[in-house]
Design a protein around this ligand. Structure first.
Ligand code: SAM
Length: 256
């Protein structure tokens, strides 16, 4: 039996497991190029700290700082603190870095922020002219196809319900909203990319099954409601049934 917090922790660890390597390939060129090679990173809304901790393992010389406002998930991040890897329990609104960061990551957190105009303004003040910003979030066009998923009607509906309050605009996708808001705040898009993962190998299939259980558990607690557990088990045992999770990534720089 897991608590909702434990399920949320597992859910964040699984998204990091599923996407870390593809995201590393996509964004590494930006960490290593440009007038200033990245040496310091701020992760806003770092959750349980798994993603930042993976980055810190990959780039041990980076100074990594994660900020997270929710104490229930911050506790999991704090356990991962190490040399060069610091976690601070604070809303970004109360945080001001002493020195600018070379890179700021906002992964699966932008849709949770109350006031993104305020956030973009704050973000500018954590950067130097050659810093980069990486925004990663859920690709909503794939969510719609998920809705049509015949094999996972209960899970699809739950996923939609959990994402719904996060959407700021009915007219624009989150990606387009972020592009517009960042442009208005003085950022240039350097890259915009969409990527997804399918349940096409035994390992990914199991990770996705665990992910769907963790998402359901984060909402309902565990054990999962029997009908929902049965739906996930049936999906897992039916190798013909697929599932796709899609994200997008934006790399931004400051306008000259
Ligand atoms: C879905 S989690 C993503 C965690 C992590 N970035 C990852 O990729 O696994 C979003 C996190 O943003 C945090 N968050 C939301 N608003 C925040 C704010 N104003 N300041 C700091 N953290 C915030 C939430 O508490 C939540 O833990």
């Amino acid at each position: 039996m897991q608590t909702k917090e434990q399920c949320f922790d597992s859910m964040l660890t699984l998204t990091a497991d599923l996407f870390f390597s593809i995201e590393n390939d996509l964004f590494k060129p930006y960490y290593e190029s440009g007038p200033n090679e990245v040496k310091s990173v701020l992760d806003v809304g770092c959750g349980n700290g798994t993603y930042l901790s993976r980055l810190s393992d990959q780039f041990p010389m980076w100074r990594c700082t994660g900020i997270e406002m929710d104490d229930r998930i911050f506790r999991y991040a704090q356990l991962k603190a190490a040399d060069h890897l610091t976690f601070i329990h604070t809303p970004y609104e109360n945080y001001q870095s002493a020195e600018p960061f070379d890179c700021v990551i906002i992964r699966l957190a932008a849709a949770h922020l109350q006031d993104r105009t305020h956030f973009m303004h704050w973000l500018r003040h954590q950067l130097h002219p050659h810093s980069i910003v990486i925004l990663i979030d859920v690709e909503e066009s794939l969510q719609l196809s998920l809705k049509q998923s015949e094999n996972l009607p209960l899970f699809s509906e739950l996923y939609q319900t959990m994402r719904k309050p996060l959407r700021a605009s009915r007219l624009l996708s989150l990606k387009d909203s972020l592009l517009l808001e960042s442009e208005f705040a003085g950022f240039n898009p350097l890259k915009a990319v969409s990527y997804s993962i399918n349940a096409d190998s035994t390992k990914t299939r199991k990770q996705m099954y665990d992910y769907m259980q963790a998402v359901t558990g984060a909402y309902y607690g565990s054990p999962l409601p029997p009908k929902r557990q049965a739906e996930l088990n049936e999906w897992y045992n039916n190798e013909a049934a697929s599932f796709e999770v899609g994200l997008f990534g934006l790399v931004l720089g400051l306008k000259a």
